[in-house]
Write a protein that binds this ligand. Sequence first.
Ligand code: HEC
Length: 183
Amino acid sequence: MNLSLPWPRDSVLTFALEVGIVAVVLLVTGIQMRRRGRRAFATRLLAGTGIAGTICGVAVLAAFTIAPTLPTPFVPFEAQFVTNPVPDTPENIQAGRILYQQNCVVCHGAQGRGDGPAALTLNPRPVNLQLHVPQHPDGFLFYWIAEGVQGTQMPSWKDKLTETQRWQIVRYLHELAALTGGP
Ligand code: HEC
């Protein structure tokens, strides 16, 4: 099944908690307003409680079903400001495609869906790159490719691929991500 939220379980639960607090505040204020006889205002506040409560419930449900449990892997703060020095040309994308096919398909799958031949043996499984690549700055992707991902079998590539090759792969990953919904 490919249905998966872009946010990890922890973030979804934090969001649910915040919306839940809003629901409680609206409820308490609504009850007070009702006691003071401000019925119309109270009704609006209590309707808000219903909406916030529903969102909170849906978020909790999603957190335990379709949210991935793996949090976003560690990246240094500055990594987000690093931009791709390799130009967005067909040649670089093609070079990235070949490098990806040689080194990454075995785990990440030909389409980046996390379904390569070795994926089933991995714990945690690779995420769907088509969904995840657009959600992270290029500097993050580059950092993970260079350093590997702690706590997973994602290897570090900085000794195996040159910096240019790693950036070419990042260019190709965007091409892959654009395939979402495709075959
Ligand atoms: C031995 C299996 C394996 C190989 C080979 C591999 N990866 Fe990974 N990769 C993983 C696993 C496992 C993770 C951690 C789960 C995740 O974040 O997808 C990961 C994570 C990533 C991430 C972070 C995704 C995210 O949003 O969390 C990127 C980007 C990535 N890999 C790119 C690559 C590239 C590019 C290559 C080839 C140069 C490659 N991987 C080769 C297993 C592998």
